[in-house]
Design a protein around this ligand. Structure first.
Ligand SMILES: C[S@@+](CC[C@H](N)C(=O)[O-])C[C@H]1O[C@@H](n2cnc3c(N)ncnc32)[C@H](O)[C@@H]1O
Length: 475
């Protein structure tokens, strides 16, 4: 790697910064906890399985209550575990979501099963579970590992897991089946030799794998029976009719009736263009960040558990919004999709908005140059950044189209830095949004600690990477 210092142009990013500077506001009312899953941790279902990619339901409720006088239709095109959808539902909104990763869709299915399940029957099934497993000789169901999950569990755990899956598949009551399957799903990481680590799984030194990266010591690894018993006990405690849940209280809905949540399993790049014009009042969402995080590797155990084979995981990785160095470009696919919908003009318009952003062009040129000089630690980073923004340009156009005039979009996202170059995701996406008919009301910048004042934000390029909540109004 060449370590000589280069000064790359920042003119266009600075110009965009000056243009949107007055919209940036350090938001002391939001702490980091509020925009992360941690604030959900005492809520049932969320506390059963921590979907760490999520934001908090308090954040969603804050914006819905503050900016919408009465409930309407809310959308989250990157629904995750459904935080927006269920928070909206509690407040009487009609909630619609799109999510590609089956992990989120499964968690949302569990939330529905929870509302219907017969508690006493569930308790009865759980009470005889371990004796049923004890009596079982062989199993019919078993995990079908893929290369990146092979040897993830101690043998005894895997054996138990397979017997447990067999019991689950024989259960007649579908809601009980979903909840029991979920209990083991929720502890997969805990009972394995792995730990989620963003770009891949990290492996404990006790696993049988030949490890390329440095192994770590995970500490005590619970047995299958310990972990699943604890999880089932936690679920029973929360579901007990003698201990009502805030989740199911109607208190927050202020007398509005609750609507069922509508979840579309698929890619929002494909599903958003199919939604009607001006059919939503609010969007609260958080796309993947442009940070190389690979959901399909991080959630590999869960995907295998849900029946994904190697090819299905690879296909899923390529269908996700580009945010890893492995993602290939989707522009050919998008062109065909828009043509099939008779939307060639819209397609051309989206490309014009993308190509018409001087800050975007500057970022792409700088990253290409850094790449040529071997200064990026992966040669595909420039492709990742280019396609991340291109795909987000499509998403933003569609979000603007499906929102009613006067509707708002709230988006949580982080800026990133590659090869020392700051990429102002907040500013570039907001510039796209303006082109599609949004007014940028605010870009709330989360306070990081002492010294992150607005003045310092004015010092371009010397700032910490901003973590933001954008508030856009559809004209
Ligand atoms: C930051 S997370 C959103 C979490 C969500 N706000 C919650 O509270 O659970 C981004 C989500 O986008 C999903 N995703 C990535 N690419 C997608 C696509 N093309 N279409 C729909 N969802 C996608 C990921 O699976 C992930 O769940």
């Amino acid at each position: 790697m060449d370590n000589s210092i280069n000064i790359f142009p920042t003119t266009e990013r600075e110009r965009l910064f000056e243009q949107l500077n007055e919209k940036l506001e350090t938001a002391y009312q939001f702490n980091r906890k509020l925009v992360s899953f941690q604030a959900n941790k005492n809520e049932p279902v969320y506390r059963w399985f921590k979907y760490k990619e999520g934001f908090s339901s308090s954040l969603v409720k804050y914006f819905l209550k503050k900016f919408a006088p009465k409930p309407g239709r809310v959308l989250d095109p990157f629904a995750g575990a459904g935080t927006t959808l269920f928070a909206g539902q509690e407040l009487g909104w009609e909630s619609h979501g799109i999510e590609l990763l089956p992990v989120g869709a499964f968690v949302m299915k569990v939330r529905e099963a929870v509302l219907r399940v017969d508690f006493e029957k569930l308790k009865g099934t759980i009470n005889k579970l371990w004796s049923d497993i004890g009596q079982m000789g062989s199993y019919d169901e078993h995990l079908r590992h893929i290369p990146i999950t092979k040897d993830a569990f101690p043998d005894e755990t895997e054996n138990y897991l397979n017997k447990y899956l067999t019991i689950c598949s024989n259960l007649k009551d579908k809601d009980i089946q979903t909840l029991l399957r979920f209990a083991a799903f929720a502890v997969l990481e805990e009972i394995s030799y792995t730990r989620k680590d963003g770009q891949y799984l990290r492996w404990d030194y006790r696993s049988n794998r030949k490890l390329l990266s440095k192994p770590f010591d995970k500490g005590k690894i619970l047995t299958f029976r310990e972990a699943v018993s604890n999880k089932l006990q936690q679920m029973l405690t929360d579901l007990s009719p003698h201990k009502p849940l805030t989740l199911f209280d109607q208190v927050e809905s202020n007398g509005h009736s609750q609507h069922p949540v509508n979840i579309i399993e698929g890619s929002c790049l494909e599903e958003l263009p199919r939604l009607k014009d001006e059919s939503f009042d609010f969007i609260v969402t958080s796309p993947p960040y442009c940070n190389r995080y690979d959901y399909t590797r991080t959630y590999a155990l869960e995907l295998v558990y849900l029946g994904y084979d190697n090819q299905a995981v690879r296909d899923l990785r390529q269908t996700m919004l580009s945010c890893t160095v492995e993602n290939k470009e989707k522009i050919g696919y998008l062109q065909k999709l828009y043509a099939s919908l008779g939307e060639e003009k819209a397609f051309g318009n989206i490309l014009d908005v993308y190509d018409g952003s001087p800050a975007m062009t500057e970022v792409n040129e700088v990253l290409n140059e850094l790449n040529r000089q071997g200064k990026l630690n992966n040669a595909n980073i420039s492709r990742l950044v280019k396609n991340y923004f291109l795909e987000m340009c499509f998403v933003i156009r569609e979000m603007a189209r499906v929102l009613k005039s006067g509707g708002r979009c709230v988006m949580v996202n982080d800026n990133v830095r590659y090869g020392g170059e700051e990429i102002p995701v907040d500013l570039i996406l907001s510039e796209f949004a303006e082109n599609f008919g949004f007014t940028i009301e605010k870009i709330f910048v989360l306070p990081k600690g002492k010294g992150n004042s607005s003045q310092q934000m004015g010092n371009y390029g010397r700032t910490e990477i901003r973590k933001c909540i954008y508030l856009w109004l559809k004209q």
